[in-house]
Write a protein that binds this ligand. Structure first.
Ligand code: FE2
Length: 496
């Protein structure tokens, strides 16, 4: 392996007992370029061509008060596969917030769990006092990687291979963009939403494959809400109004306290992809909160939407957590929240909703072959959480047609990332390809890339590749194929 250390940031982090600042969540401060990575097991397949990108919440400075892992600074990790070779890079996302803190040499913003008055500077996005860390999600659109923040931010662009910074999108709206923008690989369009504490509380927009904002409309809500994800079919965008939101009375006093209104139905907005506010159709569904959706598609008069239903969106405090972190630990525990694979059907003719649980296991962070987005798809992949922790140690593959499923569990001490599906370059059908993930290995204090062959799912990784340093555990990831990023490709932003 050839490794060039490009930069190492100076940090004032003090070692402590915070559960999300140690072990697999130990922050990484160096930025590297690495080539000729060592293959630890198997061989790098010749039929995988593209880039795997993962965002990470990786704090540089000691928090002002309590730290929540969602406060961490964005760090983008990149693994590029071509012709049986792989290269790796990582870079902090150079947000305005991180740059200001690097200049000051310390944290300037208080995080999610602290009194907003502790922040020394104005914040960004829906919460209004947080640093826009751009640390939640990443997609590839119009030739660039775009990192985003779950409480909304400006969005930051980097070259998907070099990780050179390319600034903020010129079209980024006043209320910013939320995490979980959706790129339609059939059209090259990117669909996005934002949310805020002022009316109309939500917007929906479309940026075309040439990076032009072509649509932006209000999605009026009854008050401030906390949506996290959206979905889309060939003709519709799907947004939501779940009964989990900041207590309005406390919010009026400047306090951000989330409550679940268990007797209030969930509301799902279905709007034509280029539709106006008056075209929205609202559907009611059982009260819940959905952190992440899977795919959605149209079938006759119905829209089919898969995602993860939460039985208990406001769990009781976590017993045994360090003092002051009981609530944080609960909200990161999918078992406490009861996250289950679920299917909703919305009938456009009758206005009725039908719902069905698809699996009794605790599952979340779904992935599927993006070439089957908006299509009646067959295979879904879910991540398995380590009980009580925001760490993954396995995956489940579902055949949604037959109900069959396959599971893999990683060895003790190995923690995975979200693992998007990378189709083989000559893919013959939907599950012809690999799941790609980074692993942080607490036994060896190293990290690696793994490839899981979807056709031989339970056989475990077919290839393990050593990384030059130990990664901090992170959140969302994406895959962009090399062909789609070539000039003329739908993710290239360039003509043929
Ligand atoms: Fe997310």
């Amino acid at each position: 392996m050839t490794t060039e250390i490009v930069n190492t940031l100076t940090s004032d982090l003090v070692p402590g007992d915070h559960p999300y600042l140690q072990g697999a969540w130990t922050p990484l401060l160096e930025e590297v370029n690495a080539t000729e990575l060592k293959v630890l097991e198997g061989s790098i397949p010749l039929d995988i061509d593209g880039v795997y990108l993962r965002n990470t919440e990786n704090p540089v400075f000691q928090a002002k008060g309590k730290y929540h892992p969602f406060d961490g600074d964005g760090m983008l990790h990149m693994a590029a596969f071509k012709s049986g070779k792989v290269s790796y890079r990582n870079r902090f996302v150079q947000t305005k917030g991180l740059q200001a803190e690097l200049e000051a040499g310390r944290a300037l913003w208080a995080g999610l769990m602290e009194d907003p008055a502790l922040s020394e500077r104005a914040g960004w996005g829906a919460h209004g006092s947080l640093k826009d860390s751009s640390s939640t999600d990443v997609v590839v659109h119009a030739g660039r990687a775009l990192t985003t923040f779950y409480q909304c931010g400006e969005g930051y662009r980097l070259d998907p291979l070099s990780l050179e910074h390319e600034g903020i999108p010129p079209w980024s709206p006043l209320d910013g963009i939320s995490a979980h923008c959706k790129v339609d690989e059939h059209t090259g369009e990117m669909l996005f939403f934002n949310y805020s504490k002022h009316a109309p509380y939500m917007h929906y927009g479309v940026v075309d494959k040439h990076d032009k904002l072509v649509h932006y409309v209000p999605i009026p809500l009854p008050g401030p809400r906390l949506p996290h994800d959206m979905a889309f079919t060939e003709n519709y965008a799907i947004l939501n109004d779940f009964p989990l939101y900041w207590d309005p009375e406390l919010l009026a006093q400047g306090k951000h306290v989330v409550r679940f209104y268990k007797d209030t139905p969930s509301r799902i907005a279905i709007i034509p992809r280029r539709g106006q506010t008056q075209d929205i159709r609202w559907f009611e569904a059982a009260p819940t909160f959905v952190l992440h959706w899977l795919n959605a598609y149209e079938e006759g008069d119905e829209i089919v939407l898969d995602g993860y239903f939460q039985d208990n969106p406001m769990p009781r405090n976590y017993e045994g957590a360090p003092a002051g972190y009981e609530r944080m630990m609960s909200y990161l525990d999918q078992k406490k929240m009861g996250c289950h694979l679920h299917r909703w059907r919305f009938n456009l003719k009758t206005g009725q909703t039908t719902e069905k649980r698809l699996d009794d296991r605790i599952l979340e962070f779904g992935m599927f072959n993006q070439r089957y987005a908006t299509r009646p798809y067959r295979y879904a992949y879910s991540a398995v959480q380590v009980p009580g922790w925001f760490l993954f140690n396995g995956y489940v593959k579902h055949d949604l047609q037959t109900g069959q499923s396959w599971a893999i569990q990683l060895p003790e001490g190995q923690y995975a990332s979200e693992a998007p599906f990378a189709p083989r370059t000559n893919a013959q059908d939907e599950d012809d390809g690999y799941l790609v993930s980074f692993i942080t290995n607490e036994n060896t204090q190293r990290s690696e890339i793994i490839l899981i062959d979807s056709k031989k799912f339970e056989a475990g990784p077919v290839c393990r590749i050593e990384l030059p340093h130990k990664l901090c555990s992170g959140t969302h990831a994406c895959w962009a194929s090399g062909a789609d990023m070539q000039p003329g490709g739908l993710l290239s932003g360039q003509p043929a």
